[in-house]
Design a protein around this ligand. Structure first.
Ligand code: PEP
Ligand code: MN
Length: 287
């Protein structure tokens, strides 16, 4: 049966754990997303210049991150805010990849941006505001690029999985989910980071799930603790906004950490995983 003919009571059969018990692992060059060790993706909210992104790529690599993310097309709430460098930003990312060897992730907002994106970047991000842009989901579903699908800030987990299904049903099986916080009555944080989505998604779907604590909280000093909490909840990795000078960032500086802070966090994550691995061994031995 072709993917288009899939019939099931579940509205997202291809994304569902019912139809595939084993976790999906998405391979990007030599990086595997969805295995035991977490994937750390870091970079600025916006690509600002060639020097900025090349320098930062080297800094986040030294800190231990495995992939570089930067926005070239920025979905800003106000039309007067910095909208990103567009295609030029994608070329700068490709250059940063050449220099550092790190695979790159960037968001596209329209299908017309796909051709350049496919030539320049490794993973296509679909942002929260476009999670239900079905024609865009179908278009990325017809490419062979891994897709990082963020959760819409007013969308239920089931709606998110149905959006993943749009991509899968077009033939692209490489979907990575990303929880980035939802809108609630709380205003102390920019969004409410719904970490309970992690075990729910893990139960319902075989797709890997990342967590973005930067947009999830909107506050740089909350990023390390929510990163650890996300990993403890069982996510497959993190998407973190990092800038060499957050106070000068063109967008989202208030939620952005420095490369030095990223390094401290990644060191802590490695320690956490070492302990978790040993604890699991103990449980297996004595359990
Ligand atoms: C971003 O990743 O910079 C971004 C705009 O995120 P979101 O779509 O989650 O708001
Ligand atoms: Mn941002």
């Amino acid at each position: 049966m072709s993917t288009r003919e899939v019939r099931s009571n579940c509205p997202y059969p291809l994304a569902s754990r019912q139809n595939q018990a084993a976790n999906s692992v998405i391979t990007v060059h030599d990086i595997q997303i969805g295995t035991h060790s977490p994937t750390i993706i870091a970079g600025p909210c916006s690509v600002e210049s060639l020097d900025q992104i090349v320098e930062l790529a080297k800094e986040i690599q030294a800190a231990g991150a495995q992939m570089l993310r930067g926005g070239a097309f920025k979905p800003r709430s106000s039309p007067y805010s910095f909208q990103g460098l567009g295609d030029r930003g994608l070329y700068y990312l490709a250059e940063a990849r050449k220099v550092s060897g790190l695979p790159v992730v960037s968001e596209i907002m329209e299908a017309s941006q796909l051709d350049t994106a496919c030539d320049t970047i490794d993973v296509i991000q679909i942002g929260a505001r476009n999670m239900q842009n079905y024609s865009l989901l179908k278009a990325v579903g017809r490419t062979d690029k891994p897709v990082l699908l963020k959760r819409g800030f007013s969308c239920k987990i089931e709606e998110w999985l149905m959006s993943a299904e749009y991509i899968l049903s077009e033939g692209n099986q490489q979907v990575i989910l990303c929880e980035r916080g939802i809108r609630t009555f709380e205003t102390a944080t920019r969004n409410t980071l719904d970490l309970s989505a992690v075990p729910v998604v893990k139960e319902r779907s075989h797709l890997p799930i990342l967590v973005d604590p930067s947009h999830g909280t909107g506050v740089a000093r909350y990023v390390p603790s929510m990163s650890m909490a996300a990993l403890a909840a069982g996510c497959d990795g993190l998407l973190i906004e990092v800038h060499s000078h957050p106070e000068k960032a063109a967008s989202d500086g208030q939620q952005t950490i420095t490369p030095a802070e990223l390094k401290l966090l990644i060191d802590k994550i490695h320690l956490f995983y070492k302990i978790e691995k040993n604890t699991n061994k103990e449980v297996a031995l004595h359990g």
